[in-house]
Design a protein around this ligand. Sequence first.
Ligand code: SF4
Length: 355
Amino acid sequence: MKSRREFLGGCLAAGGSLTLGFACAGGGGCRGTSEPAVRAREAEPLGAAPREAAFEAGYLRLEREGELKRREETLWKIFERCRCCPRGCGVNRLDGEKGICSSSAVLKVASAGPHFGEEPPLVGRRGSGTIFFSNCSLLCIFCQNWTINHHGEGDAVSHEDLAEMMLSLQRRGCHNINLVTPSHVVPHIVRALRIAIRGGLTAPLVYNTGGYDSLEVLQLLDGVVDIYLPDFKYQDNEIATRLSTGAEDYPEVAAAAIKEMHRQVGDIDQIDGIARRGLMMRHLVLPNRQAGTDRFVEFVARELSVDTYVNIMGQYRPLHRANEFEEVSRRVTRAEMAEALAWAREAGLTRIQGG
Ligand code: SF4
């Protein structure tokens, strides 16, 4: 076990980040390292600097108005009978109890650093400033970051430490602060965010989630989060139960959560090709049509917008316990990916990243 000083030194060292063997960022799914094939829908106007200057992260206004403090207080109350995520365990996290996510009130972080494997509008030239939280409430059996999400690899940090990670990533030029697997630690995030604001944080906040999010918590994040980056993993209750540790209601919960995210921030808005605000979606294609990709793209077109940014990901690998589940015990074939992308085009989606 590293000392806290050693851990933070690793996370915050200039020119590098602490890494623990994961390949890309994500809340329980395999995340965006594919070649970009985004259809450029609209060119940013020449001389976009005035728009960039006009951008202000939403949390700054809420803090000025005293609203962020009120939201934080409400969020801590949720920890007392935890319903921070849709599992609704009801445990008192503040008393040290743990629910399905195995997290008490102790905040743990696995790593922090610039990441260049995310979607191009997040990465830009200087990277997306990722902070990986330990543990997870969704617990997918094919999780590529299973040592972090299932086994809780990482180190305890204070709110001041987390705030300094955010500020350090901003100082290093990252285009955003990308909170990976945040759903079970939201009160901590808002507390640290308020400290970081006092230290000069202005970068857009990215909420990078597996899509299994509580509406109550999301409503408390309205105006706090600038960019939502959810997965939508499955469309079938039995598949969700089997592959995500009994999360039977995942399809309905994720659909409602993503609609709320879209209501808050709308389609993605970019300045000079860099995302500033909006919803970006991820969908990991699984073997044997386990992800329900045809129904997923129909949902996006029907319930959100055909202009939603959608990353159709083909990098699935049967990691962690996936080999125990025959239907997902192999990689996705080229034909399966072609089928998935064809469904997305047929649904009329205009901002598809895929491959
Ligand atoms: S965040 Fe953890 S303890 Fe709270 S409801 Fe979800 S799984 Fe249970």
